[in-house]
Write a protein that binds this ligand. Structure first.
Ligand SMILES: [Fe+2]
Ligand SMILES: [Fe+2]
Length: 161
């Protein structure tokens, strides 16, 4: 009865983001989850947060590796940033594998989450400070790339749940 504006934006369908906006929003979301982890002492909360972090990071890494990095590599004729980022993803995935499905069992678990957050922070800094500025200055179509990444992200998140 109160919905008078039929043109109000549909919350389920946010406006399309360009590729870099999408990736930055992912980075920010994961950083928030790590901050929440640091604040909680509850084992069920830790478990839920880590599950969310692992899914978010895995999906993010996959859309970067499948769509973003190959486009960047071609557009920038890059032989440095993308290979380095790909190696860093391997380290991140290795820690994710050590955390997934494991009970938050004390100091070693917390240590793994802490190291994962540090790897991610380092990696995000390199993407945002080194890779993204070069990508922005390139001829890549950020909106088209972002749309493809958003679609793939939706598919992967649907599979993960
Ligand atoms: Fe990455
Ligand atoms: Fe990223």
């Amino acid at each position: 009865m109160t919905a008078t504006k039929t043109t109000a934006p549909d919350k389920a369908k946010p406006a399309p983001k360009d590729a870099i906006a999408l990736l930055k929003a992912d980075h920010e979301a994961v950083s928030q989850l790590f901050a929440e982890y640091e604040k909680t002492r509850s084992v069920p909360n830790k478990k839920a947060l880590v599950a969310e972090i692992c899914t978010a990071l895995s999906v993010h890494a996959q859309i970067e590796e499948e769509i973003f990095y190959p486009a960047v590599k071609t557009a920038l004729k890059d032989k440095l940033l993308v290979p380095e980022a790909t190696v860093e993803h391997t380290s991140v995935k290795d820690l994710i594998a050590q955390l997934e499905g494991v009970e938050p069992d004390g100091e070693m678990y917390d240590a793994k989450v802490k190291v994962l957050s540090e790897y991610v922070k380092h990696h995000v800094r390199e993407e945002q400070n080194e890779m993204f500025p070069k990508v922005k200055a390139s001829s890549l179509d950020m909106v088209e790339l972002g749309a493809r990444m958003a679609a793939r992200k939706d598919d992967l998140l649907a599979q993960a749940t």
